[in-house]
Design a binder for this molecule. Structure first.
Ligand SMILES: Nc1ccn([C@@H]2O[C@H](COP(=O)(O)OP(=O)(O)OP(=O)(O)O)[C@@H](O)[C@H]2O)c(=O)n1
Ligand SMILES: C[C@](O)(CO)[C@H](O)COP(=O)(O)O
Length: 258
């Protein structure tokens, strides 16, 4: 593993562009998980969640570079933490400081990519248990020519739309989207690098926000496609998610040995 906490030089558009990199936004506080260290640094099965997420990306043969976006004041600590844990051989890992929002953090991660990266997977550190098959399916769809690819699962609850301006409870329902048309979207989301960079440039300049990266590409008017997601790619957001993640990891360790 080679290492650096500094951003790489600016992209060189004349370079041959063939590599796939993963950008892992890991700069969030984890407020909904409750008090403690930044979420990505909290332990899952005795190992920081971020290390699980980096391993999940690095295990994919498609990925040769991982850019970790650390809490704004925590890049040196994250660098040390990654150096202290075994990662798959041959994976280059950069660490850069993040921003105030997930969108800012992803943009800062993209800015650190070297010029030979043609495709990017953006993966939440908060989804530490994504299976390798899901990562590979997203990477293959991007390499196959799709400008933006998201893994997703059908929604199992019925979803109601409310008007958040009304505030408080009870909230009046304003609609019920047809459930068969809905998908719950996960990460890694895969992109043609130039397309994602353009989406981030445009929406940052306009001061616009998005809850996922593919949403910005959609708003550019470009196609986004869905590939099957996986139940184990869930996001660790609230304390109950951590209980589930520990159980999934314990089952994997018992059956697969890791
Ligand atoms: N300023 C931020 C905010 C979020 N993230 C990352 O985006 C991913 C998804 O975000 P989420 O699960 O919402 O994490 P937090 O923002 O940490 O959670 P909370 O809203 O509960 O504080 C996480 O890997 C998180 O570290 C980030 O890199 N930079
Ligand atoms: C990107 C994401 O994980 C897709 O489901 C999600 O939108 C992140 O949302 P959050 O607001 O950072 O929890």
């Amino acid at each position: 593993m080679s290492s650096s906490t500094s951003p790489s030089p600016a992209p060189d558009s004349s370079a041959t562009t063939t590599r796939t990199a993963a950008v892992i936004p890991a700069a969030g506080r984890g407020i909904r998980l409750g008090p403690g260290a930044p979420k990505a640094l909290r332990a899952l099965g005795g190992t920081p969640m971020l290390v699980h997420a980096v391993r999940a990306m690095a295990r994919s043969r498609a990925v040769s570079l991982v850019v970790v976006v650390a809490p704004p004041d925590g890049a040196p600590q994250v660098r040390t933490l990654l150096d202290d844990h075994a990662l798959p051989d041959g994976t280059e890992v950069l660490v850069v400081p993040g921003g105030d929002t997930r969108q800012d953090s992803v943009r800062l991660g993209l800015a650190a990519l070297p010029g030979d990266v043609a495709s990017v997977l953006v993966h939440d550190a908060a989804r530490p248990l994504v299976p390798i098959d899901t990562v590979d399916a997203v990477a293959a769809a991007v390499r196959g020519g799709a400008p933006a690819v998201v893994p997703a699962l059908p929604v199992t609850d019925t979803v109601k739309e409310v008007d958040p301006r009304t505030g408080g409870a009870p909230e009046p329902v304003v609609g019920t989207p047809v459930r068969a048309r809905l998908r719950a979207v996960q990460t890694p989301q895969g992109f043609d690098r130039a397309t994602l960079a353009e989406a981030h440039r445009k929406f940052a300049a306009e001061g616009d926000g998005a809850t996922d990266d593919a949403g910005m590409v959609e708003r550019l008017g470009l196609p986004v496609v869905v590939v099957p997601g996986h139940e184990e790619a869930f996001k660790v957001t609230r304390p109950l998610d951590l209980v589930l993640a520990e159980a999934v990891l314990a089952r994997r360790r018992a059956t697969d040995g890791f």
